[in-house]
Design a protein around this ligand. Structure first.
Ligand SMILES: Nc1ncnc2c1ncn2[C@@H]1O[C@H](COP(=O)(O)OP(=O)(O)OP(=O)(O)O)[C@@H](O)[C@H]1O
Ligand SMILES: [Mg+2]
Length: 305
């Protein structure tokens, strides 16, 4: 079972409008609402692939209740710490005429030291039946800066490979304290955290700091996987038009599944590039177009560099 942790779950609300106008009042006829946050997206994709997964996180208030209800409806196994605070919402406004979106991300609830300790215990319990631990997304305000590293350390102690997808100082702290098997920054996150946009140089820096391997995603340019002695790159065989939000999460699903099945890095990379392109082809983050996935898997080439 692949256990995912989303420290800062969100209810994703998507308003689709023919055209969005600032400073005006608009009626919204097309509203979609579902449990979101990066680890939840990873679990959703794994579930769609038929791979056993458990989503772990923290929720509170009426928004938290909506998250739980949606996970039940979606048949995604989950274990959630109850928070005194209110789970955040993330509001996406899709402007169909512009073919683009505006996203408003609430910061999330204040998490107490006890609530954070409850999350650590819950994750520790789930690790008993875990093949891989995935930790994705931002930390809620007031969570310890080394929070992702603490979560990763729980799994490293028991020799369960950890995949981390976070950014900024949390990424560096996670690598240094948690020694994850794999981290997946996108190219902008790599530049922000390390000051280089060179995937090999940045990847080797993260490896020197404690990561086992590094997958750098580069949007429509594909992905590179860097180990201490080798590097591979794969490009999507086609540019896919659609919704790129959550493509990185789909790639993390493929990488975690590959680690769980003991696949080599080249195979992991091919899968990640095909699955994430298929996720762009699907309008909602956390889902993918199955036909696109299988078609691209056959024609995605991996090269060494
Ligand atoms: N337009 C596209 N066509 C085909 N594949 C794409 C496209 N955009 C992204 N991808 C694939 O998706 C992967 C992840 O994309 P990206 O680097 O944008 O991740 P990300 O910024 O972490 O996304 P998110 O955090 O929103 O999930 C890329 O490595 C690439 O293989
Ligand atoms: Mg990402």
């Amino acid at each position: 079972m692949i256990v995912t942790v989303t420290p800062n779950i969100a209810l994703d609300i998507t308003y689709s409008l023919d055209s969005f106008e600032l400073y005006s009042s608009m009626r919204v006829y097309d509203v979609a609402e579902r449990a979101g946050g990066k680890g939840i997206n990873v679990s959703r994709v794994l579930h769609e692939l038929g791979i056993s997964t458990m989503a772990v996180g923290m929720v509170g208030g009426v928004v938290g209740a909506a998250i739980t209800a949606d996970l039940v409806d979606s048949n995604i196994d989950h274990r959630l710490v109850s928070l005194a605070g209110q789970t955040r919402r993330s509001i996406g406004i899709v402007d169909r005429s512009a073919g683009d979106a505006t996203v408003l991300n609430e910061a999330g609830p204040q998490v107490s030291a006890d609530e954070w300790a409850d999350l650590l215990s819950l994750v520790r319990e789930q690790l008993v039946s875990a093949s891989v631990l995935v930790i994705s997304g931002s930390l809620p305000p007031a969570a310890p800066l080394e929070g992702v590293g603490q979560l990763a350390s729980l799994a490293s102690e028991t020799d369960i490979p950890v995949v981390v997808d976070t950014s900024g100082t949390a990424l560096i702290a996670a690598v240094e304290t948690g020694k994850p098997a794999l981290v997946k920054p996108n190219i902008h996150e790599l530049a922000d955290a390390l000051g280089t946009s060179d995937p090999v140089a940045g990847g080797r820096d993260l490896i020197a700091r404690g990561a086992g391997a590094v997958a750098v995603s580069m949007g429509a340019d594909g992905m590179a996987i860097i180990t201490d002695s080798q590097a591979w790159r794969a490009r999507p065989p086609e540019f896919i038009k659609g919704n790129p939000t959550g493509a990185g999460d789909a790639s993390v699903s493929a990488l975690a599944a590959g680690l769980a099945e003991g696949k080599g890095w080249e195979e992991c990379l091919r899968n990640a590039v095909a699955l994430s392109a298929a996720a762009v082809a699907h309008p909602q983050a956390g889902s993918f177009d199955s036909d696109v996935y299988h078609r691209l898997l056959d024609i995605t080439d991996v090269e060494e560099f």
